[in-house]
Write a protein that binds this ligand. Sequence first.
Ligand SMILES: *Cc1c(COP(=O)(O)O)cnc(C)c1O
Length: 428
Amino acid sequence: MNQLPKLSGFHLQNDNWFAENVSLLDIANQFGTPCYVYSKKALTQAFMAYESACLRKDGTRRARVHFAMKSNSNLAILDVFAQLGAGFDLVSGGELERVIAAGVNPALCVFSGVGKSVQEITRALEVGVKCFNIESIPELSRINDIAGQLGLVAPISLRVNPDVDAKTHPYISTGLKDNKFGIAYESVLATYAAAKSMPNCNIVGIDCHIGSQILDIQPYLDALDRVLLLIEQLRDQGINIHHLDIGGGLGIDYGGDIAPDITLFANTLLNHIEKRGFGFLDVIFEPGRSLVGNAGVLLTRIEYLKPTDAKNFCVVDAAMNDLMRPAMYDAFHSIVPVVNKSLLAETYDVVGPVCESGDWLGKDRLLSVVSGDLLAILSAGAYGSTMSSNYNTRPRAAEVMVSDTSVHLIRERETVQSLFALEHLLPK
Ligand SMILES: *Cc1c(COP(=O)(O)O)cnc(C)c1O
């Protein structure tokens, strides 16, 4: 794969890469490296691609996008989507505090995740989230108990494990029987019956999420059919479902991937639901990667070129702590020089300074570069900054957002001192 992904927010112009109308070279000089750069235009276009399927011609809504914020939870990114009318899918109490800090109405948030704590549930009930996506009976009873103590009723949906194969990387496949996620398909009806008997739970929906970086629409249709069948069976039992949350997981082009068009994808699913006679349901999409993945790049500077007998290494100032996906999932990211030079190209492994052999960002890349040059690691907007760490006491990168000709710092680079500010020596 050495094709570049198609990007709407980044382009090459006169041998220089630009984010919208700002050169990445200028951004690196102003904000330093490593630095995440996002395009507001790309975020907006991806969101509107969903939105044009979610809205009917008469302006009424048949579905709503709830941005899966674990893919990128920077407040400025949340704000961009909130302004466009998004809801949010969150997976922790920390993420709940982020949406509140961004000024989002919690009633537009669904709360997913397999291990919700007492504190997280309490806070989510108090602020009034739209719905808890439930993953087990013990979680259901915990939520029922807490809601009872608070004198509140918890809106709930059960996350169904539809047992379909999304044919993606095993670490990001979540809809198979042996995944930790969701309620086993055969147990769903009984679990809804249990929920119905709980006085402080109110059944509002059903949900599923089958995996991530899914490039094929068929697994979604398979999952949909299995969930629609459940909705029918529930209706026969006197349990009415109001919303259907089909999760996220739509894949993006990292370079050579054929990803479905977002609007086509969303329309296909929504039309399928209507054709099967379920047009009365409110539908929820929970995309993460397909909204932000190709709206961000990671800028990094080459420290050294290191030829060895076996390989040439291109040692850069970004590392696995900044972008974990290659080390964690063996993921591919396209890497380009920020300024094209007419030099002899060499094949390099692009690696970071972290003391791990797993610390690589790209393997066998043909690059025309010298030390000191800048590289842009493409398609880094999703699961980049949010998965970053301080391993090797490395401050997390700065993050900026470009809108047309302006650049806004949306996260300052961490200081080294802040990394050990909460640590204490033993008493002497
Ligand atoms: C991670 C996650 C998503 C988003 O997945 P993407 O692949 O980023 O679209 C949506 N819903 C749930 C429950 C998730 O855990």
